[in-house]
Design a protein around this ligand. Structure first.
Ligand SMILES: [Zn+2]
Length: 174
């Protein structure tokens, strides 16, 4: 799977050659053995010195993140998000592409997934993300409330693992 390998950038886990579900002890052990192999002091001064120094720095920065439970958790989350962004977002749509269903006090937005189910989002969820959904007749628009500087929202499908990205153009606000 040459292609797949090339498209995934090197993670801190790859650098330390450790599994992503490894325990802290396993990570520490892998860090130490990676360090032993790559430490500049252990290398002969050859043309490879620069390489082994940058490898040493990679290992150090990987350990700084993964060696600490809290920073590792943050890194894991970023990793998950970046993978979702790369692989699972099936399509990008605009607000106008969505179907609108108005309930008593909530407005639901739908978009059909290729699996047959729907991506959906409601006005409460949008509010939590900092957007206000405005209705004018059957026309909807989004207004960003102060803090929201996101230009897109990712919607999950109700059935499969696909997601779509709803692009929000700020100049379309009311
Ligand atoms: Zn689906």
């Amino acid at each position: 799977m040459q292609l797949a390998c090339n498209s995934i950038r090197q993670t801190h886990y790859n650098v330390l050659n450790v599994k992503e579900d490894a325990t802290q002890e396993e990570i520490r052990a892998c860090y130490k053995s990676a360090l032993l192999i790559s430490h500049p002091d252990k290398q002969h001064k050859t043309s490879q010195t620069t390489n082994s120094e940058s490898r040493f720095l990679e290992i150090q920065s990987a350990w700084e993140i993964l060696g600490n439970v809290e920073s590792r958790a943050v890194y894991d989350m970023e990793l998950r998000v970046s993978r979702q962004d790369e692989s699972v977002v099936a399509d990008e749509i605009e607000l106008e592409d969505l179907m609108v269903e108005t309930g008593d006090d909530v407005v639901e937005l739908f978009y059909q997934c290729r699996c047959g189910d729907y991506f959906s989002l409601d006005s409460f969820e949008l509010e939590e993300m900092g957007f206000e959904l405005l209705m004018e007749g059957d026309k909807v628009s989004l207004q960003a409330n102060g803090a929201a500087d996101m230009a897109s929202v990712v919607l999950p499908c109700g059935s499969c693992s696909l997601k779509i990205r709803l692009r929000i153009s700020k100049d379309k606000g009311v």
